[in-house]
Design a protein around this ligand. Structure first.
Ligand SMILES: Cc1ncc(COP(=O)(O)O)c(C=O)c1O
Length: 435
């Protein structure tokens, strides 16, 4: 055990078993497996996801809604996955879960539906901390007379959203919706979405939360957060390429989503245009099962894909929450190590909070520049050491500009998750020192 591992604040019996989790990923078992530090762009998938997708394609690959057993099995699998997801997110029921292509397209669908309730002169708040997926669809409402209001980040140093600034805008009146991130995909900063949602609600505004970046890193209880919408990318939570949206049922049902005239006006069907990617939905259930059992010594068999009653869903959701809470605790320690490793690199400037002592306010994502080096060169250097990272503006150029970084050259980003280890962070630190 290295010195930094020995210094872990996690007691041995509470430490997350990353070694067990890693064994479940074919991509991490390979002898030539890289140090995968590009999880914010898309995570690896565990064996359960591959198995669930394969099972679907081999045994259930037909259109839903038919009067024959396989087609009924597709409907049952979709409902069972909705139930499990609803339980994992603390939703009131499966109708609150909407499947889609990805978070970007779901946000466009939601923005169009929200528009049905807005009038010219109404305002929507967008932030400079967000990925463009949660900015563009709201700015487009300007062509219908909806005014955007920018929630700026404060201070170059820690690039944070301050609730007082939101309150000022809310007090000015007219704000109908606040679009904000759960965590920044650049700085890793976690936003106090519960406080923002409470403020917004007190002023009669809805909140639309981009939970894409936070989703893989900790438990979320949708109703407890108090937001109105939370959007996720399945492929960032160890699932296949798809997205899902949680919304408050009473709100979803009151909006006018784009749909065929014979499709019910209620959630989820009003929001799910055309045919969904059924194998991805099956795979997502596999990812949830993996996450709920990530530390098991031997992977337990997945629950039946085509059935999930209320009691089963509740037990599944509770196991998922417990596991995600352990992942979160592990990642706080990992984040502190990561910040320390990058901050000690000669010439490095971290975008956002560079204090490892405040790792509980972030996820293990760190973006930075190194004096005299292009971010692309830094990432090339890491690739030559078998480390997969990323450079660019990561679709959040507003934040780079606001924090005093050049969006054209971008930043280097290292994004970790629960299957990364302190030993990997140590190697990253060594590689950065040989720049
Ligand atoms: C914070 C955040 N929001 C939204 C998106 C867009 O997600 P999707 O590819 O599912 O549309 C991303 C993708 O990188 C992201 O990091």
């Amino acid at each position: 055990m290295s010195h930094s591992e020995a210094a872990s604040p996690l007691a041995a019996d509470t430490a997350f078993r990353a070694d067990r989790a890693r064994r479940r990923f074919a991509a991490l078992r390979r002898s030539d497996a890289p140090h995968f530090f590009d999880n914010a762009a898309g995570a690896q998938v565990p064996d359960e996801v591959v198995a669930a997708m394969r099972e679907h394609l081999e045994h259930r690959n037909v259109q839903r809604g038919g009067r024959y057993d396989r087609s009924r099995a597709v409907d049952a699998m979709i409902l069972a996955t909705r139930r499990r997801l609803a339980a994992c997110l603390g939703a009131e029921g499966p109708e609150e879960i909407i499947f889609g292509l990805n978070a970007t397209s779901l946000t466009r669908i939601a923005a169009e539906a929200v528009r049905s309730k807005l009038r010219p002169g109404d305002r929507v708040v967008v932030t400079r901390l967000d990925h463009e997926a949660n900015v563009g669809p709201w700015l487009r409402l300007e062509r219908h007379g909806i005014e955007p209001r920018w929630w700026n980040v404060r201070g170059d140093a820690d690039a944070r959203l301050d609730l007082d600034d939101l309150e000022t805008m809310l007090r000015e009146g007219g704000v109908r919706l606040v679009a904000l991130p759960y965590a920044s995909n650049i700085s890793g900063r976690i936003v106090d979405v519960a406080a923002a949602a409470t403020l917004a609600r007190a002023h009669g505004a809805w909140t639309y939360v981009d939970a894409v970046h936070y989703g893989p890193h900790g438990p979320i209880d949708a109703r407890a957060v108090g937001a109105d919408f939370l959007v996720f990318s399945g492929y960032k939570i160890f699932g296949p390429h798809m997205g899902f949206l949680w919304g408050r049922r009473e709100l979803l049902d009151s909006l006018d989503a784009v749909r065929e005239h014979f499709i019910p006006a209620t959630a989820p069907y009003a929001y799910e245009g055309g045919t969904q990617n059924f194998e991805a939905i099956a795979g997502m259930a596999g990812a949830l099962h993996y996450l709920a059992t990530a530390e098991a010594d031997a992977p337990p068999p997945p629950p039946p894909a085509e059935s999930c009653d209320e009691a089963g869903a509740a037990a599944f959701g509770a196991a998922f929450h417990r596991s995600m809470a352990r992942i979160r605790a592990y990642e706080i320690d990992l984040a502190a190590r990561l910040v320390r490793a990058v901050a000690s690199t000669p010439g490095a400037t971290i975008l956002g909070d560079a204090d490892p002592g405040r790792a509980d306010g972030r996820v293990p994502t760190v973006s930075f520049t190194v004096r005299g080096r292009q971010p692309a060169a830094v990432v090339d250097h890491l690739a030559s050491h078998g480390m997969h990272a990323r450079d660019g503006h990561m679709y959040a150029p507003q934040l780079l500009r606001a924090a005093g970084f050049d969006p054209d050259s971008g930043v280097a980003r290292v994004s970790l998750c629960h299957y990364n280890t302190p030993a990997e962070v140590e190697r990253l630190g060594q590689a950065l020192h040989t720049l």
